[in-house]
Design a protein around this ligand. Structure first.
Ligand code: HEM
Length: 507
């Protein structure tokens, strides 16, 4: 037994001293990072808030609260058309720079951020970064979505539009208002599921979401969390005590996979047992099925594309259309001009007739300028080798640059009274006005569903205003301008998750 224990030598440092030491090291590390980023960082010369030299926490916070585009827009108003928003990311709303970043020959690739939207363990066209892999896939899916190929889809869009409008009429009779967001969401999903799987999910008939749609919405939200808080989720995955959400995050993709497999099996069974049912049916994936039969594609890859289309082609159309109807419902003058124009085409109209409607075209453009489902998305791209000059600054290679429709399409130097809905501004647009309107993006990564979306938006808008020439926003069930405020994750949606419209005298 030792004769004497020197207690001062045992555990001489208290936990507080340890914490101080850790804090000092952290503070020192941050100072070094700040010093380096201030003078040598890739974005040291780009204007932006001081703290963005070391952190993007405010951006993440704004993103998680669904107000990213408002935060970015406020930075652009203060710092100009190019702003540092993180130590290695700049937001760009300059017109020439936006077109440079997205043009076909620009060489700016999507960033790895898109990987968070990968499903079923495989890339889909939206998440692909590699140029060759993407162009091969786009070749398979792009042609069936071309304007000429979609002629075969017109009867389907017409039939679903009519069904949606009859459901809206029923709701108006029963409840005194109609939720255009809900019914047009079902319409868009029924169209894209029919085109993808050979059989629609029949949400319009059922009047409610199925499990697949609920899971898709959850999965979309989870992808958003993971993309913004990747390190936190990585840490949580090692913890023995995992919150319930972690389990749901694993289970949801599994359920989605089995739903999608079942839907594809239905299609394949139909091909064998009742080929007459699908023989003349336009199918987006005809080329992909052929590629699968030739051994060039796996089933998971087809399923991943189908899921991506349903996500990309459902809510996008519904939200854009709901905002269009809401804007028009607040403008009696626009309604009477639409009604006058619609009187020139029969009630059983064709898509060619719809396309000839000049005033409607201006309404669609103007509403998409202000509101569309992707207006708040930061479209992130990597600056290619050698760096590039953008908006008067040289940006080094490897840095992320992200463009933002929201600020570009509301730029007062391009659009007079940019916050006001004025369809007539498109009567004689300036070249800048046309170039800055980019609801479907630009270049090789622009929206592959553009023609389908355009058809759905216009057919449904004409069907709606023929059925309801005079409408107003409802003031019941929590509907208000505030409920229509845009909440912005990757996509944009009304804060109240609904868009209730009525006719004068009904509510
Ligand atoms: C109003 C409706 C729509 C809007 C505003 C819209 C907008 C966009 C935008 C801006 C992009 C580029 C995204 C980026 O660069 O990150 C995009 C890509 C895409 N969209 Fe749409 N979209 C709409 C409807 C649709 C529909 C109906 C489909 C279904 C076929 C679809 C499928 C896709 C796909 C697969 C991509 C990725 C394309 C690629 O990377 O090659 N979208 N969309």
């Amino acid at each position: 037994m030792p004769a004497h224990i020197d207690r001062t030598s045992v555990n001489s440092s208290s936990p507080f001293e340890g914490a101080w030491l850790l804090l000092t090291v952290l503070a020192f590390g941050l100072l070094i990072k700040l010093f380096y980023n201030t003078f040598f960082g890739p974005l040291s010369k780009i204007p932006g808030p001081f703290y963005t030299r070391i952190t993007n926490l405010e951006l993440k916070w704004a993103t998680l609260q669904g107000r990213k585009m408002y935060y970015l827009d406020s930075l652009h108003q203060k710092y100009g058309p190019i702003v540092r928003i993180s130590p290695d990311e700049a937001s760009v709303v300059d017109l020439a720079a936006t077109r440079e970043i997205h043009k076909i020959t620009g060489g700016f690739k999507k960033t790895p951020w898109y990987k968070a939207f990968t499903n079923y363990g495989t890339n889909n066209m939206f998440t692909m970064i590699d140029v060759k892999e993407h162009s091969n896939r786009r070749r398979l899916l792009g042609q069936p979505l071309s304007d000429s190929a979609l002629k075969a889809v017109r009867p389907l869009v017409m039939q679903k539009t009519k069904l949606a409008i009859s459901k809206l009429k029923e709701q108006l009779e029963e409840e005194g208002h109609m939720d255009v967001l809900r019914w047009f969401h079902y319409m868009a999903i029924d169209i894209i599921s029919d085109l993808s799987f050979g059989e629609s999910f029949a949400l319009l008939e059922a009047g409610k979401d199925n499990q697949y749609i609920q899971d898709m919405a959850k999965n979309d939200a989870y992808s958003g969390y993971v993309s913004e808080l990747a390190p936190v989720f990585k840490l949580m995955s090692y913890s023995p005590y995992q919150p319930a959400i972690m389990n749901e995050m694993k289970e949801t993709p599994r359920r989605l996979l089995s739903h999608a497999r079942a839907a594809l099996k239905t299609y394949k069974d139909l091909r064998e047992t009742a080929p007459q049912k699908i023989e003349n049916k336009p199918m987006l994936f005809a080329k992909m099925f052929k590629a699968q039969a030739d051994g060039g594609l796996e089933e998971n890859q087809i399923i991943a594309e189908a899921a991506s289309n349903i996500l990309g082609g459902g809510e996008t159309v519904a939200v854009t259309l709901a905002y269009l109807i809401w804007l028009v419902s607040k403008s009696p003058d626009t309604q009477s001009k639409i009604a006058q124009e619609l009187a020139s085409i029969p009630d059983e109209f064709t898509y060619d007739e719809v396309r000839s409607l000049h005033y409607l075209e201006m309404v669609v453009r103007e509403s998409m300028r202000l509101y569309n489902s992707v207006v708040g998305a930061s479209l992130r791209r990597t600056v290619p080798e050698g760096g590039r000059s953008l908006a008067g600054y040289f940006i080094k290679q490897g840095v992320t640059v992200a463009t933002l429709q929201f600020s570009l399409q509301r730029n007062p130097d391009i659009y007079v009274d940019p916050e006001v809905f004025i369809p007539e501004r498109w009567e004689k647009p300036t070249p800048e006005m046309k170039e800055a309107l980019l609801p479907f993006g630009l270049g090789t990564r622009s929206c592959v569903g553009l023609h389908l979306a355009n058809m759905e938006l216009r057919m449904a808008a004409v069907g709606f205003f023929k059925a309801f020439p005079q409408v107003i926003p409802s003031t019941t069930n929590g509907m208000s301008d505030e409920a229509m405020e845009m909440v912005n994750y990757f996509l944009v949606a009304p804060k109240g998750h609904k868009c209730l419209i009525t006719v004068p005298g009904k509510s």
